[in-house]
Design a protein around this ligand. Structure first.
Ligand SMILES: Cc1cc2nc3c(=O)[nH]c(=O)nc-3n(C[C@H](O)[C@H](O)[C@H](O)COP(=O)(O)O)c2cc1C
Length: 215
């Protein structure tokens, strides 16, 4: 099988990123970009991001997770701590996050260290989830092989009756992680492939250094 995609070509013309006009703190630029993408392209799941981790086999592995909160400290997502990604993070907390915001012709790449958030913060978010998602967190041994999906549906029924009329507690193996950035690159597509790339790097005194990268 063969399919030639060499004529897939797009000119990027929607924005520009100038060194003179970027804020000192990259989280403020992230906030501006996220707000714009969320406002103009809300149906594109702008909070979906690619998380890359290094597995025990040495290979990187990427998957989508949803950004649930960001602050000056970093980027928070939720998952099963025993999942494939959870195990990889347990061995090596160095990760990469990336966003591709197609509509705005933008990409953001974040290099950082990831750590678990405080248990009470995971509890707080878990409480806001729909009951079905809460039960799902109990049932799914995320990333483990299963015989068939009927097993899951059977367990869901059992748990539904077990917790009928009761609050569902957060499983200890499910919670949040925060990625604390060391570097953030903002990429804005430009005509003639002369894209704008602005890189923020954190130094040992926690000051951000800003530079322009060649496209
Ligand atoms: C749009 C989208 C959103 C997702 N959000 C999450 C999420 O927030 N947390 C999560 O654990 N998995 C999420 N997933 C599933 C993951 O991509 C992945 O399949 C799962 O976490 C298992 O990955 P692992 O085996 O590498 O740990 C999402 C997938 C998609 C396509």
């Amino acid at each position: 099988m063969e399919r030639d995609l060499s004529n897939y070509r797009k000119s990027y013309e929607k924005g520009e990123l100038l060194l003179e006009s970027v804020p000192e703190n990259p989280m403020e630029l992230f906030q501006k970009w996220f707000y714009e993408v969320d406002h103009f392209f809300p149906d594109t799941e702008p909070n979906a991001m690619t998380l890359s981790t290094k597995g025990a086999d040495g290979f990187p592995r990427s998957r989508i997770v949803l950004l649930k909160k960001y602050t000056y400290e970093g980027f928070i997502f939720f998952t099963n701590y025993n999942s494939g990604k959870g195990k990889s993070i347990g061995k090596d907390p160095r990760v990469c996050l990336s966003f591709f915001w197609n509509g705005a012709e933008r990409q953001v790449i974040i290099k950082g260290n990831v750590e678990k958030i405080a248990e009470n913060l995971s509890d707080g978010y878990f409480e806001t989830r729909p009951r079905g998602s809460q039960l799902g967190a109990w049932i799914s041994n995320q990333s483990e092989p299963i015989e068939n999906k009927e097993i899951l549906e059977e367990q869901l029924k059992q748990l539904e009756s077990q917790y009928e009329g009761k609050e569902i507690p957060r499983p200890k193996h499910w919670g949040g992680y925060i990625v604390k950035p060391l570097e953030i690159e903002f990429w804005q597509g430009r005509p003639n492939r002369l894209h704008d790339r602005i890189l923020y790097k954190l130094d040992k005194d926690f000051n951000w250094h800003i530079s322009r990268l060649a496209p």
